[in-house]
Design a protein around this ligand. Structure first.
Ligand code: ADP
Length: 367
């Protein structure tokens, strides 16, 4: 039966002065006259119950208030323990011991992701430091041999009186080593510049065709000496980013290699420069008919200090640092281009340098 309304009243029994609390509820039933239900109880016992309930609530509240900080502390400790481990592991890291990694708990939560990110960063830093160490060790090794050669020439010159011709020869050797040393130091500086991200930044523009022409003229005599024919197609105007010094290095290194690795009986070195205005690119190819590159060496020839063993055996000579191609690649990449090689052993090699063309803004004529 639906209850229509209710209200509570307090009553006092006349005979024993006891107080009661009553609740009146009206029960509505359409077929019946209005019905009222009255439920009540002794006020004293009701108040005792309420007091008891209040006391129990107070005790619970007190327990909660006391336990909350302890629980919070335990929870915070559990949550921060992995962070403490990360901090401890990070504090142990040193440049000499960069191979330690932060623990991954496998929960996949944000802390695991943080550790994973930091580990990735450490991997990159460690490999960067390793590469730098290797670079410094290799550079020192390369610098040592011309220095030793200079020292031995000077020692020979000093150990007794010699004829003017002998002094001339020894000084010539010293001069040659000095030239190699200065070339080597220049190459190392270019690589250091590239590592510092300074190569190619705000590069000016330069005419690649002019640099190719000038380099071909420069190598004419050397090529003749080695019975190599230097051949070139038309050299169309190609304005590319870069400065003369760096692009000269690229063209000269490639020409130098092409002549140096030409077969003993000579051959032809073919130089082509193509300009694709639609693609906004210039491609310089230098093709030789030399000893070629072994397939197992191909993936490494752009690495710093790499010298092909097979070729080295055939081309003995101290003046090879294995830096030329890595410098070419570093410069070309810094200018937004690429360098590729194709080669077959005993048949020669072709190097192709692709560079973006710089489009000059049209000259505005005054109305
Ligand atoms: P380097 O500065 O000593 O000349 P590079 O970096 O220019 O060294 O060349 C690295 C290696 O690549 C060489 O030792 C040689 O094995 C190989 N190489 C480069 N150019 C040619 C080429 N035109 N023909 C055959 N091998 C080449």
């Amino acid at each position: 039966t639906p209850v229509a309304c209710n209200a509570s009243t307090d009553l006092t029994a006349p005979h024993d002065e006891k107080s009661f609390r009553l609740i009146v509820a009206r029960l509505e039933e359409p077929s019946l006259p209005p019905l009222y239900m009255r439920i009540g109880g002794d006020r004293q016992s009701l108040e005792d119950d309420l007091r008891l309930r209040d006391q129990a609530t107070m005790v619970r509240l007190l327990v909660i208030l006391l336990l909350a900080p302890v629980g919070g502390y335990i929870l915070a400790l559990r949550a921060t323990r992995p962070i403490a481990k990360i901090i401890a592991a990070a504090a142990r890291l040193e440049p000499s011991r960069l191979h330690e990694r932060l623990p991954i708990r496998g929960t996949g939560d944000e802390l695991d992701q943080l550790s994973d990110t930091i580990n990735g960063l450490l991997d990159r830093i460690a490999s960067y430091i390793d590469r730098n160490r290797e670079f410094v060790a290799n550079a020192a090794h390369e610098l040592r041999s011309p220095l030793a050669a200079i020292r031995s020439s000077v020692e020979v010159a000093l150990n007794r009186q010699r004829s003017p011709e002998e002094y001339g020869t020894l000084l010539g050797e010293v001069m040659e080593e000095c030239q190699y040393l200065s070339n080597l130091v220049n190459r190392l500086l270019i690589l250091a510049e590239a590592d510092a991200g300074r190569l190619g930044a705000r590069a000016p523009t330069v005419r690649l065709d002019k640099i190719v022409r000038e380099s071909l003229d420069m190598f004419e005599a050397v090529a003749e000496l080695r019975r190599v024919r230097l051949q070139s197609g038309p050299l169309p105007e190609a304005l590319v980013p870069g400065d003369e010094f760096h692009l000269r290095q690229v063209v000269r290194n490639l020409l130098d290699n092409a002549i140096k690795f030409s077969a003993a009986e000579g051959g032809t070195v073919n130089v082509q420069l193509r300009v694709d205005a639609a693609q906004r690119g210039a491609v310089l190819t230098i093709q030789d008919q030399g000893v070629g590159i072994a397939p197992e060496d191909l993936p490494y020839i752009f690495n710093r200090f790499f010298r092909g063993d097979k070729v080295r055996q055939r081309q003995p000579g101290r003046h090879s640092s294995g830096l030329g191609l890595s410098i070419c690649q570093t410069i070309v990449r810094a200018l937004g281009g690429s360098i590729a090689v194709t080669s077959k052993l005993e048949q020669g090699a072709t190097f192709a340098v692709a560079l973006p063309l710089v489009v000059e803004p049209p000259i505005r004529t005054l109305p």
